[in-house]
Design a protein around this ligand. Sequence first.
Ligand SMILES: Cc1cc2nc3c(=O)[nH]c(=O)nc-3n(C[C@H](O)[C@H](O)[C@H](O)COP(=O)(O)OP(=O)(O)OC[C@H]3O[C@@H](n4cnc5c(N)ncnc54)[C@H](O)[C@@H]3O)c2cc1C
Length: 133
Amino acid sequence: MSEIDHSLRPSSLNIIYSSKSSNIMKAGISNVRFKNWSETFECVPELFFAPKTEEEIAQILELARGENKKVRVVGRKHSPSDIACTDGFMMSLQNFNKLIEIDKKQMRVKVQAGMKLSELNDTLYSHNLALSM
Ligand SMILES: Cc1cc2nc3c(=O)[nH]c(=O)nc-3n(C[C@H](O)[C@H](O)[C@H](O)COP(=O)(O)OP(=O)(O)OC[C@H]3O[C@@H](n4cnc5c(N)ncnc54)[C@H](O)[C@@H]3O)c2cc1C
């Protein structure tokens, strides 16, 4: 008896995979030119994504895995290097900017990974808190 080749997907799985991929692929924008804050580095990722849900993030990662692409997360583009640049998939977490929990007693806040510092400052201020310097 020959061994099962686990690298082969049953065709039904391929169909499920393709339909999910094509949905999220539509959300990807091509021809986006990324420039860092000081405009010293730039790149054009193959697709740029700004997911709104964790499910969308999972779909982008699944698509990247299937297409053998790397995913680079980008923040506010402030790095004075090309570290955020990619010719693969670029993903902004700009829509993940919510406060998750606040513990005034411990002076601790937990926020989503895409919150801007300016938004964090506003959020803290509204709770009579601030970043320590
Ligand atoms: C005017 C100016 C002043 C600065 N002052 C300081 C300073 O005082 N102290 C200091 O330490 N730095 C300083 N920096 C540098 C800057 O804070 C860092 O480069 C920081 O990483 C930039 O964050 P960003 O969100 O813009 O990241 P980006 O430049 O967008 O990305 C930088 C790296 O972080 C990764 N990344 C970004 N967001 C995420 C995420 N949500 N999840 C996972 N990975 C992510 C990217 O993939 C990339 O590798 C300054 C920069 C500028 C332009």
